[in-house]
Write a protein that binds this ligand. Sequence first.
Ligand code: GRF
Length: 201
Amino acid sequence: MKFAVLVSGCGTNLQALIGALNKKRIAAEIGLVVCDRRKARALTRAKKAGIPSAFIDPARYPKREDFDREMVRLLRDAQIDFVVMAGFMRILSPYFIRTYRGRVLNIHPALLPAFKGGQAVADAFHYGVKVTGVTVHIADDRVDHGPIVLQEHVDVTAKDTLASLEKKIHAVEHRLYPKAVDLMARGSLKIEGRKVKILKK
Ligand code: GRF
């Protein structure tokens, strides 16, 4: 099994996946890293790990679907079986979701359906929640919406600052995402409507 990782930023989740692969904790390999920002740290991480990577320039594809068609072309060339979004700051088009239906994972730094969107950790912190967490879900054509694969909670204590909460959330992400990716790679996820059953193999 081969998967692609879609990134835009720092790539700490990509790094966690690389670490898990090196320890043989994921029954698959990364066939391609795709990035929409030329200078993203995630691209450097991919190169350092010897993983093929591609930068797609959004300026060349102003229409979302055209960008996604180029991405699908690259994923097909690389014989990618499933897709892992790791801090990818673009919304996938219905065309992309149709092409890889049920085979796209996303990670979100809150307990969905609470605090959707790009500022989830800050939104939850400023809202004053006592509990937040991490969600791994199947991506569908609505933002932060698809069926939930794994969730784990994180307590917010009186001592927490936004920075300390971000650190705690990231630590959970880096543990949870490799687990979810391995389940997908092993074909252990059965999607039934909004429910995802984890098959024991
Ligand atoms: C993570 O917090 C993830 O939940 C969100 O974007 C962030 C990406 O961080 N979707 P990194 O680039 O993996 O460090």
